[in-house]
Design a protein around this ligand. Sequence first.
Ligand SMILES: Cc1cc2nc3c(=O)[nH]c(=O)nc-3n(C[C@H](O)[C@H](O)[C@H](O)COP(=O)(O)OP(=O)(O)OC[C@H]3O[C@@H](n4cnc5c(N)ncnc54)[C@H](O)[C@@H]3O)c2cc1C
Length: 364
Amino acid sequence: MTAVPSRTSVVVVGAGQAGLSVSYYLQRLGLEVGPGFVVLDRGPGTGGAWQDRWEALKIGTAHRINDLPGLDELGLSFETADRQRPAREVVAEYYAAYEQHYDLQVVRPATVRRVFNRGIDLVVEYTDASGPHEIETQVLVNATGTWGSPFRPWYPGRDSFAGEQVDTTTYRAAEDFAGKRVVVVGGGTSAIGFMLELEHVASALTWVSRRGLEFREEGELNLEDRRHAVAVQDAAAREGRALPSIVSGTGVPRTRRIQSAMDRGLLVPKPMFSSIEPDGVRWDDGEFVEADVILWATGFRPELRHLAPLRLREKEGGVTVGNGSSWKDPRIFFAGYGPQASTIGANRAGRTIARQVMRQLADS
Ligand SMILES: Cc1cc2nc3c(=O)[nH]c(=O)nc-3n(C[C@H](O)[C@H](O)[C@H](O)COP(=O)(O)OP(=O)(O)OC[C@H]3O[C@@H](n4cnc5c(N)ncnc54)[C@H](O)[C@@H]3O)c2cc1C
């Protein structure tokens, strides 16, 4: 592909695990990069959202990063990667090798601004360093993940806080919080990870969570937990509801590291505060904790803003998606959405969505 075409059969938006997996299968099913499919990605480099994750998140502390389909052909596997290396580096390297090996020719950095109808086709409007462009396409696979839409719940006084408000996407390194009084908000593994990292760095550390935490006895998520969590996500996606948090379906695995932090009393969350004041947070009973930083580890929402002109959103708050395809518009697919939002789910999505895309192209 010497230049990005102005027309193609399929546009894949996003080159994370989901977008790359779909692209791999589209190619195997006979589509050629360029006239057959084009992959657009906003990130400056390879790795999807992993390229932006913080340095202390190592291969060994991530849940488990599943190999992309066909990664074995390159002699690579996350299973054998150095567990001490930052996940963001290893994922970026492996994805780069993968894109090159399969010649996927991802266009980056290219941000999709809007997708809209023109006759029976879709128009994908995107910007790159040279300005705005359009591609006409028959089918769109949206694989934009959630990293670009961190969710910060609203509490009274939130905008009056005089300190710093950071979220999972803007957290860089524990040292940035040296000597500061930090309130960590959230009930998932990111919040717990931040508590562990900041334990000996922050001058005061308070953990608050909306829900009581349900710890799983097993050190790893077992299959039943996953199945249940995936089924809950799937039901929400099929009914067009906003997606629930993953951790509400799985609980948090009680790893040795987490157990030992619990034993020393670090991981005891307070209930959620009720308001925010310029210099701290306050509970209903009047208790007040001073804070320099509020660290929101409160999850994400799917990134779908660019699809607004297609009017896919339901009044229930989500889009109706079953098996990766939109129920409102057969030209639109969602890879990595809801029940597919894990590296293994994204891999599976790649295969099923690519097959459905080929059927849609054949029918149109
Ligand atoms: C902190 C954290 C840790 C995690 N750890 C694990 C783990 O250990 N194991 C696991 O299986 N899962 C983990 N997950 C879930 C993980 O995010 C997914 O497994 C998977 O990597 C997501 O892949 P994806 O392709 O759906 O999304 P992403 O990796 O987010 O890729 C989406 C891509 O789309 C691009 N994009 C977004 N919007 C646009 C646009 N408008 N135009 C163009 N491009 C766009 C983005 O730049 C990005 O490159 C974790 C999630 C978080 C938040």
